[in-house]
Design a protein around this ligand. Structure first.
Ligand SMILES: NC(=O)c1ccc[n+]([C@@H]2O[C@H](COP(=O)([O-])OP(=O)(O)OC[C@H]3O[C@@H](n4cnc5c(N)ncnc54)[C@H](OP(=O)(O)O)[C@@H]3O)[C@@H](O)[C@H]2O)c1
Length: 323
């Protein structure tokens, strides 16, 4: 944000795909009014040449007098150099204002740069007694309309949504954001699928031409099935396996970060979620609890010490509406 004489003269935010950066956007909006202004940024302006040139240089060229920077950029291509350039050009630089807030906002990016993995949010919908699906495996209607709308909003605020092949086989999900006006914010759809069990006529495959679908698998996966999926526009990404022959969550995380993803939401089911929890990769939990108790038993999220407690609520305490 660019401020001159108490008025905001330009706002900007990083565009889809990471470019152009927020500074370039704000400068374009401010035009000549940027001269003598203060730039407030959540992350240190970059010092390296991308598609648009270094943002620190653009700010200097536009004549800003002061920069208030919440957070230094740990990217080795920047790492203090953006601040140094601004200083050298005579701008007054203040750092650390609202640092915690900026860390929170940029956590996905920070994790990618420092740990080589994206931020992972685990989204779970459970009944009051911890069931994530009916006994037959149906999980579609555990929560209500509002919770589903909220989950769609979460999709729009993540780069990608990840499910295991079990969820694809059970639910045939679409995983796009269907909120009015936000359809173009649909994330990349990801499937962890060691044996390429995703059916060629799955909804994710049929719509891969409209919204990117990537399947994480092993180098040993069936080449014929791989070719079939590629014809439909599905990209397969090879990763290493753990000692049980399943895709290694840490390897998956590394492969996704290498492709530029900073925020990934796990949207089911229990087996994959447990693997990511065990690997200590879950940073945020979006847990929707429906005020209902399943009368027919149903599936729990187990295997990671999750959902082990409070799962056997006596009948008189549970809600009356079993699904
Ligand atoms: N309530 C909710 O929030 C929610 C959300 C989504 C789904 N569900 C429900 O969950 C049920 C499906 O459960 P699920 O546990 O089979 O689904 P899942 O966790 O989505 O898929 C499990 C499969 O993922 C593959 N996988 C690849 N790498 C893995 C790894 N490192 N660790 C674990 N799995 C890995 C495995 O198949 P391969 O070995 O073939 O790769 C595994 O069988 C359905 O009934 C669905 O409706 C509930």
């Amino acid at each position: 944000m660019l401020v001159r004489e108490g008025s905001i003269v330009g706002r900007g935010w990083t565009q889809k795909g990471g470019r152009p950066h927020a500074e370039t956007e704000a400068l374009a909006r401010a035009g000549e009014r940027a001269r003598g202004a203060t730039a407030y940024v959540s992350l240190e302006p970059c010092a390296h040449r991308g598609a648009t040139g270094p943002c620190s240089e653009a700010l200097i060229k536009a004549g800003i007098a002061r920069a208030v920077i919440a957070l230094e950029d740990p990217d080795p291509r920047v790492n203090g150099q953006g601040i140094a350039r601004l200083h050298a050009a005579g701008a007054v630089v203040t750092t650390g204002l609202c640092r915690k807030l900026a860390e929170e906002l940029n956590l996905g990016f920070l994790l990618r740069v420092t740990l080589g993995r994206p931020l992972f949010t685990l989204k779970l919908a459970t009944s009051l007694d911890g069931r994530i699906a009916t006994r037959s495996g149906d999980s579609k209607w555990i929560t209500g309309e509002q919770a589903r709308a909220r989950a769609h909003l979460l999709r729009a605020t993540h780069d990608a949504v990840l499910v295991g092949s079990g969820t694809v086989l059970a639910d045939d999900p679409d995983l796009r954001c269907r909120l009015p006006g936000l359809a173009d914010r649909s994330p990349v759809r990801l499937v962890a699928d060691t044996r390429l069990r995703t059916p060629a006529d799955a909804r994710l495959v049929r719509t891969a031409g409209e919204t990117p679908t990537w399947i994480l698998t092993t180098p040993h996966a069936d080449p014929a099935k791989r070719a079939l999926l590629a014809d439909a526009g599905v990209e397969t990404i090879d990763v290493g396996t753990d000692n049980q022959g399943r895709l290694d969550p840490v390897a998956m995380a590394g492969a996704l970060a290498a492709r530029g993803l900073t925020r990934v939401m796990l949207e089911g089911g229990g087996t994959l979620a447990a693997a990511f929890l065990r690997a200590n990769l879950i940073d945020r939990l979006a847990w929707f609890t429906a005020p209902k108790r399943r009368r027919d038993g149903g599936r729990r999220l187990t295997g990671a010490g999750v959902g082990q407690r409070r799962t056997d609520i006596p009948a008189q305490q549970g809600g009356a509406n079993g699904e």
